[in-house]
Design a protein around this ligand. Structure first.
Ligand code: NAD
Length: 474
């Protein structure tokens, strides 16, 4: 949980960038077979480093090994396997239709690598959020510079070893460092920037990208609401919310951030969430080997202050509330009677505190969701199809999961990403490949005569008639 920074000079950053620029055409020319071979090597190396990755994450914030396996390593290995299975198809030119007015031509899309791309990652799933986008970038044929977070230095060090073992610097390079390093990277004219982090820093990244008209994918955060209506299976909802909220100690971008529960089921749900937490982490979660820690004192203080602010203004802790600063420990906490203007309801919580608010009509819950920025994830627990439809049709969110939590992230067939404040662009599977590619539009004239041969100046005789016909019928 230290925050050491490995400093790299601006000159070194530029040198690596220029080396990648010089190499990008060669990397772009690699075949599907060559890219698949790289991904296979990455998969093998990740498995070889499995224990080292687990150790690093334990040192960074006591993340339990099983959670490392499933939420860090598996996410990357499954992304690799999915890319390997589909890459040949993704790289093939994709034919599109031809309008009648362009009869005699053929058109297709050729996905080409963007070039040299930058991936900036946060600390909360350091391996997952650095390497999974890298898989998409490599599959798409790019050179890649990676900048993991300074808050998880042990994870960064292992990732650096893996990258060095697998790739020459002019193809993939990992740069360790904090904000100044990130800024030095952002000064460079990358062909694409893939940033995962907070909306505030996302704005800085987008501003820097604008200087070079660099395209961006911004995977941001925010407050993900969780709606539980009067028809929901409360046992299942309690189990899945308790799990989704406390994996990674709530330091998850798509964790249920706040709970909107029908008044008639509120007490029952909160009690059952409490029981689930006890079953998972015991009477004293600080003694549980399965409960991580806040990544550092700053984040500990931020979450504790938000919790205290709510408690000082009339909120009640139904369960939890205990903290230990020296250990960066906050017990799994559920609070109710929370003010809508409290910090818990206005800032992203990103920690193990779940505020719960009762509603009497579904519209009330929808209005609360819509009074805030569009979330990255929205969860609905309900047995009522019409209630589910009403929530889906009257709210917006980057992703939604019905009757479960977090698992939408694991389906590579779905795009992952936010909307406006929660993000721009999508990742995972095909959508990740697409994010790191330019969809080059290719039109090919096949017949000897084309529309513009017929319709070129001088615009005399039947040409006006043909234009009229085109406007009317084609
Ligand atoms: P952060 O925005 O503070 O940092 C992310 C990265 O940006 C780090 O590598 C950091 O070094 C760099 N950075 C920080 N300040 C910078 C600056 N001024 N200029 C340039 N670079 C800077 O985010 P974090 O605290 O690491 O992560 C938490 C946030 O990330 C939360 O908001 C969370 O919701 C979000 N998140 C989103 C996703 C997603 O997939 N959408 C996933 C995980 C986390």
């Amino acid at each position: 949980m230290t925050t050491e920074t490995i400093n790299i000079s601006k000159q070194d950053i530029r040198r690596i960038f220029e080396a990648q620029r010089a190499n990008r055409q060669d990397v772009a020319q690699t075949t599907a077979r060559e890219r698949i071979a790289k991904l296979r090597r990455l998969h093998k190396t990740l498995m070889q480093y499995r224990q080292e990755i687990r150790n690093a994450l334990y040192q960074d914030f006591q993340k339990p090994p099983l959670e490392v396996d499933l939420t860090e390593i598996y996410i990357v290995t499954s992304e690799i396997k999915y890319a390997i299975r589909n890459l040949r198809r993704w790289m093939k030119p994709q034919g599109v239709g031809t309008p009648l007015a362009l009869l005699g031509s053929r058109s297709y899309i050729q996905y080409q690598p963007k070039g040299v791309v930058l991936i900036i990652a946060p600390w909360n799933f350091p391996v997952n959020l650095t390497f999974a986008p890298m898989v998409s970038a490599i599959a798409a044929g790019n050179c890649v510079m990676l900048k993991p977070s300074e808050n998880t230095p042990h994870s960064s060090a292992v990732m650096s070893k893996i990258v060095k073992a697998l790739f020459p610097e002019n193809e993939v390079a990992l740069v360790e460092g904090a904000v100044e390093t990130s800024k030095a990277l952002l000064d460079l004219p990358f062909n694409h920037i893939f940033f995962t982090g907070s909306p505030g820093v996302g704005k800085i990244v987008m501003q820097a990208a604008a200087k070079h008209l660099t395209s961006v994918t911004l995977e941001l955060g925010g407050k993900s609401p969780t709606i539980v209506d009067e028809t929901a299976d409360i046992d299942k909802a309690a189990a899945r919310i308790a799990w989704g909220k406390h994996v990674n100690m709530g330091q998850t971008c798509i964790a249920p951030d706040y709970l909107l529960v029908h008044e008639s089921r509120k007490e029952e749900l909160l009690e059952k969430i409490g029981q689930q937490l006890k079953a998972a982490y015991g009477e004293d979660p600080s003694q549980s080997a399965d409960y991580p820690r806040m990544v550092n004192r700053n984040h500990f203080k931020r979450v504790k202050a938000a919790m205290q602010d709510a408690l000082d203004t009339g909120a009640r802790a139904v369960t939890g509330g205990q903290t230990d600063e020296a250990d960066c420990y906050i017990a799994p906490t559920v609070v109710t009677d929370v003010g809508q203007d409290s910090r818990l309801m206005t800032e992203e919580i990103f920690g193990p505190v779940l505020p719960a608010i009762g509603f009497r009509s579904l519209q009330e819950a929808i209005d609360i969701v819509n009074s805030r920025e569009k979330p990255l994830a929205l969860y609905i627990f309900s047995k009522s199809r019409s209630n589910i439809r009403q929530v889906l049709n009257h709210t917006q969110a980057g992703t939604t999961c019905i009757n479960n939590s977090l698992l939408q992230f694991n389906n590579h067939y779905l795009p992952f990403g936010g909307d406006n404040n929660s993000g721009i662009g999508k990742s995972h599977g095909w959508y990740g490949f697409e994010a790191f590619s330019n969809a080059r539009a290719v039109y090919k004239q096949v017949w000897p005569i084309s529309t513009n041969d017929l319709l070129k100046p001088p615009y005399t005789g039947w040409k006006q008639w043909l234009a009229d016909f085109t406007l009317r019928w084609l």
